[in-house]
Ligand binder design. Structure first.
Ligand code: PLP
Length: 423
């Protein structure tokens, strides 16, 4: 007889989960969320929706963990792939040659923007960014890394060093060799590049900086400058990759070919962590002398490789990408109506496909919008490095009717922000 397995979700009451999280994980987070009236504890999750552990509140996920849930929560095709993979595979051994990693790297090479035939796998985005910087420095034998002010590439060692000071300051002196310049300002970049520049690292559309879509000619000019100065271009597609912008890679909108591309988040299918650093063939020479000089025990875990393969198959499907563009148009049109209705608060929708940021009039609006969105029934997290902007990143799989429903909820949330501001 089949044994009945108790559910993992709901073994503890919501109150017990809040208490033990505060006692054993993070008192600060519990205090913060309770103080702003968002005491949501993640319970059931399905498709575009998240339900509170109490069962009393359901939200449409418009944060998606920065793209982890591009394909929705517990996407059946993805889950099925992992279940099948678990019948045969495990983590594997990162020292050994791996059929699974080889197959996934081959597929990435076929799909990559430009000629990026080699891949080193990691567990998370920060780790993949660290490796990108190691490769750039190792190959160019130069030290300096230029990044954008307000950019976010992760909280690990070298990735942290590319970011804003507020994230680094409590943790010791600055790491040498890192410099930030304003994003979308080619002159500032030019003035700070010289023959000590190993690489420029940029998100195609900086997310934490408020979904700042660059001018059409900015990234091509960055490419040109890198070529002139002998520096490498590292493109962080951790949020913009895998269909989010309506193309498989965000960088394709700008017709730019990077030397190194970093991906993560959505590559997991929301179910098994996977990140990757893909680079040009010459750059692999960094590992010729000692192929074991970079190690990641769990990076490219074999059991996760078929999941990432499935993600690539689904995200690169032309029908899927045209669906993303169709939904993006619903939001574009809907927001132009909302802009007429709420001119005193809504500045514009920043948008590249379903990579969207709701720009409002002042820096209080983002945090207020997060609360108003919660009250209206969707999850939206404001952009921490430009708090005028609420990030708006629904799953790419939502249907037109759900997009229309979301627009109504955004309308309510904007009313809510106006009330909070006393407008
Ligand atoms: C653009 C970008 N790069 C890098 C990272 C770091 O990824 P991870 O949190 O997986 O280390 C993030 C995470 O939010 C990100 O948004």
């Amino acid at each position: 007889m089949e044994e009945h397995q108790p559910s993992f979700i709901g073994r503890h009451s919501k109150e017990a989960a809040l208490d033990s999280f505060a006692q054993f994980v993070s008192s600060g987070k519990v205090h913060f969320f309770q103080s702003i009236g968002i005491d949501f504890v993640l319970g059931n999750r399905e498709g575009p929706c998240l339900t509170d552990l109490s069962g009393e509140k359901t939200l449409i996920d418009c944060h998606c963990n920065g793209g982890v849930f591009n394909l929705g929560h517990r996407n059946p095709e993805i889950s099925q792939t992992l279940i099948q993979s678990l019948q045969e595979l495990d983590i594997g051994n990162h020292h050994l040659i791996s059929e699974q990693r080889a197959a996934l790297a081959t597929r990435l090479a076929e799909l990559a923007p430009g000629d990026l035939p080699y891949t080193v796998f990691g567990v998370g985005g920060g780790e993949a960014v660290d490796l990108a910087i190691k490769v750039a420095r190792g190959y160019t034998k130069r030290e300096n890394i230029l990044s954008a002010k307000g950019a976010y590439h992760g909280h690990t060692g070298l990735a942290l060093a590319t970011g804003d000071e507020k994230y680094r300051a409590p943790f010791g002196p600055p790491t040498p060799g890192f410099l930030q310049v304003p994003f979308n300002d080619i002159q500032a970049l030019q003035e700070n590049m010289d023959n000590s520049t190993a690489a420029v690292i940029l998100e195609t559309v900086p997310a934490t900086y408020g979904i700042a879509v660059p001018d059409n000619d900015y990234l091509p000019q960055v490419r040109r400058l890198c070529d002139e100065k002998g520096a490498l271009l590292i493109v962080d597609e951790i949020q913009t990759g895998l269909g989010r912008t309506g193309k498989l890679w965000g960088i394709e909108h700008f017709d730019v070919k990077p030397d190194i591309m970093v991906i993560g988040k959505g590559l997991s299918g929301g179910i098994y962590p996977m990140a990757a650093t893909c680079f040009r063939a010459e750059l692999e020479s960094v590992f010729h002398q000692d192929p074991f000089i970079h190690i990641s025990t769990f990076g490219g875990a074999e059991v996760g490789c078929p999941v990432a393969m499935k993600v690539l198959e689904m995200s690169s499907d032309p029908e899927f990408l045209s669906h993303v563009n169709e939904i993006a148009k619903i939001f574009r049109d809907g927001f132009s109506v909302l802009r007429e209705k709420h001119p005193e608060i809504l500045v514009r929708l920043r948008q590249l496909g379903l990579m969207m940021g709701i720009e409002m009039v002042n820096e209080y609006c983002g945090p207020f919008f997060s609360k108003a969105a919660y009250d209206a029934g969707f999850l939206s997290v404001y952009a921490n490095n430009d708090t005028r902007v609420a990030q708006f990143l629904p799953p790419l799989t939502i249907q037109p009717s759900q997009a229309e429903e979301l627009l109504m909820k955004v309308d309510h949330a904007l009313e809510g922000v106006k009330n909070m501001l006393g407008l």
